[in-house]
Design a protein around this ligand. Structure first.
Ligand code: CA
Length: 391
């Protein structure tokens, strides 16, 4: 657009100059000559305009990295779908070149790749960055946190986005919600989990603050990208793992090494995925392009959640009937121990920094308020519906 503006400006300038010259002419021969020069200049400008390359008419090429394996259902396909949607929505003017985990950088290097400006976008779960600042965890999921509808309410109407912006700006990033897995399962275990003491000495793949919670119970949490979990579980390097839910987990074949599948997960009640962008890149976009990207991300935020909800039920039934998976719920004693441990973790998080405390307080306030409404709306209705219909 800048080149185009420049050319148009030059045209206007040339016209004005020529008109001024013409008005000062008394000799008709000289006037005719100048008129011809004006026409020639106009033709030249017209040719120049049509020759302006697409790149200078506002086309944008984006490098996007991600923490997911290529074509991984839900997470990977959702990130790829977003990339394709953004390109389609702009008829190719904004072109996204997507790289799955390991294709350009390793999964957990996505943050630095985008913060440094080597790439413009990542798709990830921002709790992977909690080692940089615990505040990041709140924008994916935290123990005893919010469901999909609850976290959307906080992000969009409860001040969540502003806090995310403040945190991300400190790292040269701008983030938006771009997908959600919904309530996650508690995880895959080789043995039954009957009390909090069963977590002692357990090596479990569980990232984010959920890992800190089970560490309080004596477990050793590890954070591994999705592509590395199966081999570690099968080899015995880890004893247990959580991942997402029945649909995603069925592709991972964890049931080959661990038969007990526990619910519900306290650690990720609505894991929100993030579109992270280099902030200088974002700030340099037109308002229109920012709105297009926001819209494309918001569509994915909704459509991914729908896909999980549509597919989890059938996958769970298949895991139980076809793979012999034993479905179990964490009992109240274990959940109470999770609650006590989480309270300690949140004290530590708030002591980290004023920013961490500010995020926690905002999150807690929204969760308590929105949760009280959810209790007598969604939850009360679904409980009654399922009771009457025997679901
Ligand atoms: Ca998970």
């Amino acid at each position: 657009m800048k080149r185009r503006d420049f050319v148009l400006g030059a045209a206007a300038g040339a016209g004005a100059t020529t008109t001024a010259l013409l008005s000062g002419c008394t000799d008709s021969g000289e006037s005719d000559k100048l008129k011809k020069e004006l026409e020639a200049a106009k033709t030249k400008i017209s040719k120049l305009e049509s020759a302006v390359p697409a790149a200078s008419k506002g086309s944008i090429e984006i490098t996007m990295v991600s923490t997911w394996p290529r074509d991984f259902p839900g997470l990977g396909t959702g990130a790829q779908r977003f990339a394709e949607r953004l390109t389609t929505m702009t008829d190719g003017r904004i072109k996204v070149n997507y790289f799955a985990a390991g294709e350009r950088v390793k999964a957990f290097d996505s943050f630095d790749e985008v913060a440094s400006g080597n790439a413009q976008m990542y798709h990830a779960a921002d709790y992977y960055w909690k080692g940089k600042h615990p505040g990041w965890a709140y924008f994916t999921a935290v123990p005893f946190g919010m469901t999909y509808t609850e976290i959307n309410a906080w992000i969009q109407w409860g001040g969540g986005q502003a806090l995310w912006d403040e945190l991300a700006a400190g790292y040269g990033l701008k983030c938006l919600p771009c997908g959600n897995t919904g309530v996650q399962m508690g995880g895959w275990f080789r043995k039954e989990m009957n009390s909090a003491s069963d977590f002692k000495g357990l090596k479990m793949r569980i990232p984010g603050l959920g890992g800190d919670v089970i560490a309080k119970l004596g477990a050793s949490p590890v954070s591994l990208p999705g592509g590395q979990i199966y081999e570690n579980l099968v080899s015995g390097a880890i004893d247990a793992t959580e991942w997402v839910g029945p649909w995603n987990d069925s592709f991972m074949k964890f049931y080959e090494a661990a038969k007990y599948y526990y619910y519900p997960g306290m650690h990720e009640p609505g894991a929100q995925l993030s579109l992270g962008m280099n902030k200088k890149f974002w700030d340099g976009l037109s308002k229109a392009d920012q709105e297009i990207i926001k819209a494309a991300a918001e569509v994915e935020n909704s459509i991914m959640m729908s896909e999980y909800n549509a597919k989890n039920g059938a996958s769970l039934a298949s895991l139980i009937s076809d793979q012999g998976v034993k479905l179990k719920s964490f009992n109240d004693d274990i959940y109470d121990s999770f609650g006590d441990a989480a309270a300690e973790v949140f004290e530590e998080v708030q002591a980290h920094s004023p920013m961490a405390k500010k995020i926690h307080q905002s999150f807690k306030s929204s969760r308590d308020e929105i949760g009280a409404w959810a209790k007598i709306s969604d939850q009360a209705y679904v409980a009654q519906r399922n009771r009457v219909l025997g679901l």
